[in-house]
Design a protein around this ligand. Structure first.
Ligand SMILES: Nc1ncnc2c1ncn2[C@@H]1O[C@H](COP(=O)(O)OP(=O)(O)OP(=O)(O)O)[C@@H](O)[C@H]1O
Ligand SMILES: [Mg+2]
Length: 569
């Protein structure tokens, strides 16, 4: 928008119409912002939850940003970036998936302001990059180191992440459980790495979340196959693992029962790795390979009734057990059970983050407001546009404390102002205590989170915003093959009506949107020789022609168009 204004003044310059580019950028920003706004209300311990009803009729209740966005079926391409952004945060840190999207939304809003003020997108984007690097430096300087032996701190950070979940009332049980689970799979030889695949979460409907337990061993969410009267409890068991599909028949079950062998069938293929690692046994695909060294050993394998009709199989006291652990999650209904699993996943990720990077940071909006303050001061020493941009981004980060306060029913303006004040006086750990509705030293309230969650949220959000800013055109590629398929249907005199319409904003670019209503075109028998020939012809003549039609030709009957083609063929 700045360019036309400038070029009008200088008659020698070529006039470049940037209107379309700006429009596309604005449309992208608006779409991405609306996605961010959708999850904003679920941020923080007092945030709301979302009920999602999917097209398949499934209902989900969740507070997890990544899950909400994943289920939203966003169509606009730029808005999809935000969905991806949340997924990336889920992969990198596991928690902070709402925060990252809220920050991105706020940075986009700030960028929009800067673009409207006439600053070039490249300058905005570069300043954003600088801001994020500085922000990570500031956050790292604020962080407090933590030792893995300091179980208390680990539990505190796991509970912070559980605080904001639907199952938050169970955080006293789930937080220590998550810490124990992660610590039990840390390999002393690789102390910085945790593979969450080594922790198996088994969901079993029934009971309450309170009945969730950590099991040092294996647990299967199924009954023992004892239709033929086989045992349901074996002490000092030798365990073999067959990986054959349909390995047991009714007859074989009968013989296995006779030999007092306990059988668990229908074990999923993707569980094999975990099972063999845990039991320290090897999978067997042929009876010839069935040797003692391939077996695993356990003190007890037994089917355990759960008191509500359900049954599970537990394998405990495993000899030479691999570094794995199992968690049996319970819940009174499927919605709670699923959300408990997702929340536990977040808590496990938080502990994993602390194993990867052993630093903690305060929560409750303290890091964001401190960032905003320090970046604001830094902006003053930067020159020109850059300083202006950095200041805007510094202010944009206040969205986190603002939203935390807003979602907790507090007065956001008063809270953020006071928070700013306290930080200006040097209280870098002052944050919003949503329970008391006031500002306190948030470290003392035990609201702590891993440094990695905050740093990755800032870096990933800026990366995403920069990507959106750099886009100035959307090119839609149409699939010509599908057009040919419809055309072939028409050729075979099947009832076909293919309507091409030039939708208004795209008309300028002579792009075509095809609305095809053809009964089952794929089913038409096409002569093998005709297909490619037709395809070549269509792509050379007709489709090109349709693409260049003006909006007067709003409706084009496919058959009329194809008549000359029929003659050629
Ligand atoms: N007791 C608390 N008091 C104040 N702030 C808190 C408290 N517990 C958590 N928070 C803050 O809430 C924010 C996290 O909220 P939430 O867990 O809803 O979102 P997220 O972690 O970004 O996303 P998700 O958990 O869905 O992946 C963090 O900024 C954290 O500091
Ligand atoms: Mg969280």
């Amino acid at each position: 928008m700045a360019a036309p204004a400038v070029s009008k003044g200088r008659s020698t310059e070529t006039f470049v119409d940037n209107k379309r580019k700006d429009d596309i950028r604005m449309a992208n920003i608006a779409a991405a912002q609306s996605v961010a706004n959708a999850v904003r209300t679920s941020l923080g311990p007092k945030g709301m939850d979302k009920m999602i009803s999917t097209s398949s009729g499934e209902v989900i209740i969740t507070n997890d940003g990544a899950t909400i966005l994943n289920k939203m079926e966003v169509l606009q391409p730029a808005a999809k970036f935000l969905v991806e952004l949340s997924k990336s945060q889920d992969v990198v840190a596991g928690d902070g998936t709402t925060t990252v999207v809220v920050i991105a939304g706020s940075l986009l809003k700030a960028s929009l302001g800067l673009l409207t003020a006439g600053i070039h997108p490249t300058i905005v984007s570069d300043s954003l990059h600088k801001t994020s690097i500085k922000a990570v430096e500031i956050l790292s300087a604020m962080a407090v180191p933590v030792e893995l032996s300091d179980r208390d701190s680990l539990v505190k950070s796991a509970s912070t992440s559980l605080n904001s979940k639907v199952v938050s009332q169970y955080s006293t049980l789930l937080a220590p459980l998550a810490v124990d689970a992660v610590l039990s799979v840390v390999d002393p030889e690789k102390p910085d790495l945790v593979d969450l695949k080594d922790i198996k979460i088994v969901k079993k409907l029934g009971g309450t979340v309170d009945d969730t337990e950590l099991i040092k061993g294996l647990v299967f969410d199924k009954k023992v196959s004892h239709a033929a009267g086989g045992p349901t409890r074996v002490e000092n068991a030798k365990i073999g693992k067959s990986i054959l599909r349909d390995a047991v028949t009714d007859l074989s079950l009968h013989y296995l029962a006779k030999a007092k062998i306990l059988v668990i069938k229908d074990v999923e293929r993707d569980e094999i790795e975990f099972i063999t690692k845990t039991l320290n046994c090897l999978p067997i695909s042929n009876i010839e390979h069935f040797r003692a060294e391939k077996l695993g050993y356990a003190d007890l394998v037994e089917e355990v009734p759960l008191g509500d009709g359900g049954k599970i199989v537990k394998i405990t006291g495993i000899k030479n057990m691999g570094r794995t652990t199992s968690v049996l999650v319970r819940g009174s209904n499927q919605l709670v059970l699923d959300e408990a699993e997702r929340s536990l996943h977040d808590a496990l990720c938080v502990v994993r983050c602390l194993v990867n990077k052993k630093f903690l940071i305060a929560g409750g909006g303290a890091p964001e407001i401190e960032l905003s303050r320090q970046l604001g001061a830094w902006a003053k020493v930067l020159q020109g546009m850059e300083g202006y941009c950095v200041r805007a981004f510094a202010e944009a980060l206040e969205v986190i404390p603002y939203t935390l306060a807003e979602n907790a029913g507090l007065n956001p303006i008063a809270i953020v102002t006071e928070l700013r004040n306290r930080h200006a006086q040097g209280e870098i750990n002052a944050g919003i205590n949503v329970r008391k509705g006031q500002i306190t030293n948030i470290l003392e309230e035990n609201v702590v989170q891993p440094l990695l969650v905050s740093t990755s949220a800032i870096s990933l959000a800026t990366e995403c915003v920069r990507m959106i800013l750099k886009i100035d055109d959307i090119v839609t590629v149409r699939d010509k093959k599908s057009l040919v398929k419809y055309a072939s249907g028409a050729l075979l005199n099947r009832p076909a009506s293919v309507v091409f319409s030039l939708s208004e904003p795209i008309a300028k670019q002579a792009q075509v949107r095809a609305i095809c209503t053809l009964p089952d075109p794929i089913a038409c028998p096409i002569d093998p020789g005709t297909g490619p020939k037709l395809s070549a012809l269509l792509s050379k003549l007709r489709i090109q022609e349709i693409l260049n039609k003006s909006s007067e030709d709003l409706h084009v009957n496919m058959l009329t168009l194809l008549r000359p083609l029929l003659d050629i063929l």
